[in-house]
Design a protein. Structure first.
Length: 67
């Protein structure tokens, strides 16, 4: 009987380990997604800043030509 109980315990532990691993994988995927989103946001912000700088330079150039 004890052998059967040990097997049951091992099976339960294996299942718990699998569930834990799956949970960790999901967390890693979520983290990766967050990192990707953050990179994308940074990229968009950088593009906006570049556009603003270009517009400011163009406006400054126009003002200088008028004088």
């Amino acid at each position: 009987m004890e052998g059967e109980e040990d097997e049951d315990e091992e099976e339960e532990e294996d299942e718990e380990d699998e569930e834990e691993e799956e949970g960790e994988e999901e967390e890693e995927e979520e983290y990766d997604d967050d990192v990707e989103e953050e990179k994308e946001r940074d990229k968009q912000e950088q593009q906006q800043q570049q556009q603003q700088q270009q517009q400011q330079q163009q406006q400054y150039g126009r003002r200088r030509r008028r004088r």
